[in-house]
Design a protein around this ligand. Structure first.
Ligand code: PRP
Ligand code: MN
Ligand code: MG
Length: 179
């Protein structure tokens, strides 16, 4: 195990089980719809690629990279597009895939934007949901697991861009933040 990790919250096997459950729901709900599965970079990259592997049906994938900007301590709530989709969402059934929903700002922005772009439907699948962090009122349609208000890393989630490659989700040792 990575020496910076204090404890593992979700093992590789835990994550696989969650993904299989979500994929089965999504497959059933989107039968015949050829959804556009939108991966929100960078955090959702591992989750999205594992999730779609479990969905044995027609779908398309695309990627979007957004970042919150403004003061680091007082989040402006503004979101900036770093990389937009290549695909038009107009008339499409869009499934946004996120690794975690915290304040909900990223999701609110994306959902409003896809609405403006005239998607036929917009749903959200998130591996983790942190309801205690919510600042704006949004909720995901498919939730892998609810997590407490702790900072988690691994399986796509970073601290200062590290740990995204870990195959499990864990909590960092406090001394790592002090470095
Ligand atoms: C994280 C996470 C979600 C978003 C959730 O991404 O991956 O996209 O924050 O937070 P919110 O609900 O408060 O908006 P981040 O902006 O850190 O970028 P990253 O995915 O590239 O790490
Ligand atoms: Mn993200
Ligand atoms: Mg991040």
């Amino acid at each position: 195990m990575n020496p910076d990790i204090l404890k593992v919250l979700y093992s590789r096997e835990d994550i696989q089980a969650i993904n299989a459950r979500l994929a089965a729901q999504i497959k059933a709900d989107y039968a015949g719809k050829n959804p556009l599965v939108v991966c929100i970079l960078k955090g959702a990259i591992l989750f999205m690629t594992d999730l779609v592997r479990e969905i044995d049906d027609y779908l398309e994938i695309d990627f979007m990279d957004v970042s919150s900007y403004g003061d680091a301590t007082i989040s402006s709530g503004e979101v900036k597009i770093i990389k937009d989709l290549d695909t038009s969402v107009r008339g499409r059934d869009v499934l946004i895939v996120e690794d975690i929903v915290d304040t909900g700002r990223t999701l609110r922005y994306l959902m409003d934007m896809f609405q403006t772009r005239q998607a036929n439907s917009i749903k959200v699948c998130t591996l983790m949901d942190k309801p205690e962090g919510r600042v704006v009122d949004v909720s995901a349609d498919y939730v892998g697991t609810k997590v407490p208000n702790e900072f988690v890393v691994g399986y796509g989630l970073d601290y200062a861009e590290r740990y995204r490659n870990l195959p499990y989700i864990g909590v960092l040792k406090p001394e790592v933040y002090a470095k």
